[in-house]
Write a protein that binds this ligand. Structure first.
Ligand SMILES: [Zn+2]
Length: 261
């Protein structure tokens, strides 16, 4: 019988019976794993804490037919602070949904695991504005998962950018200076391509933040600040950047936006 010992985070749970559920674990070594939890919804079950949403534990898993099941678990953390703040809790749900989207079944992705753990840790224990955390997570996830834009200078003429407003050409992953953007606006071939037209204005402070997130070490990617007005532009840019590449929205994001103050 195949056995695995690894650290995992519960990012999804699906009830399958009165006390039974299937949990989805996010792991660094094996990506996403579906684990059968017979009886674990019962509060008295010895693995109840390790099977709850947002639980981070060391698991000993064994495989029987299609599913893994828990042979032993050592509970580490469950970011309990999140449960006292509905806005943070709903943001944590969205973070787990994005992780589920990008993690592949049984394929190693240690960078993704570390991004999700660092983000949940900061959300539950650090005083960081939720919108800054959300945007930085979205943009960093896009960068890590293969959608890294070229933020050095204008993607057409090469002119250095940073002092004046420029535009992010989302689907082409490049910046455009004012004159190149205006030239494109008159190019009928370019305009015929619907995806090419997803352009968002980016101010110098927002561009500096995007450049920082792109290159910061894993544990420091949230160590920057933006004033209130720039923060609202930043969150629009990051959300549109991620969602246009994923090509769909998330109900958990809609819920978070509905309840956020
Ligand atoms: Zn240009």
């Amino acid at each position: 019988m195949e056995e695995l010992e690894l650290d995992g985070l519960v990012i999804r749970e699906t009830r399958t019976g009165e006390a039974d559920k299937i949990i989805t674990l996010l792991t660094g070594e094996r990506g996403r794993l579906s684990v059968s939890g017979k009886g674990v919804s019962s509060i008295r079950h010895k693995y109840a804490a390790s099977s709850a949403l947002f639980s981070y534990s060391t698991y000993l898993l064994k495989k029987r037919s299609r599913y893994w099941y828990i042979a032993d678990a050592f509970y580490i953390d469950s970011f309990t602070e999140l449960r006292y703040d509905l806005e943070k809790l709903s943001l944590a749900n969205y973070i787990c949904d994005v992780a589920y989207e990008f993690a592949q079944e049984e394929i190693e992705n240690r960078e993704l695991m570390s991004l999700v753990l660092n983000t949940l840790f900061a959300l539950s224990r650090r005083e960081i504005p939720n919108e800054l955390l959300r945007g930085a997570f979205e943009f960093r996830m896009a960068v890590q998962e293969g959608f890294m834009p070229e933020l050095g200078g204008c993607g057409i003429c090469g002119k250095p950018l940073g002092d004046a407003d420029c535009t992010l050409d989302v689907m082409n992953g490049r910046l455009l200076c004012k004159s190149c953007r205006e030239e494109l606006a008159n190019d009928p071939t370019y305009l015929a391509d619907e995806t090419a037209k997803i352009h968002i204005r980016v101010s110098p402070p927002v561009l500096a933040a995007l450049r920082y997130i792109e290159s910061a070490p894993a544990k420091r990617f949230l160590s920057f600040s933006l004033d209130k007005m720039e923060l609202s532009l930043f969150s629009v840019v990051c959300e549109r950047y991620l969602l246009n590449h994923v090509e769909h929205g998330f109900p958990s994001l809609e819920y978070y936006k509905k309840i956020k103050i």
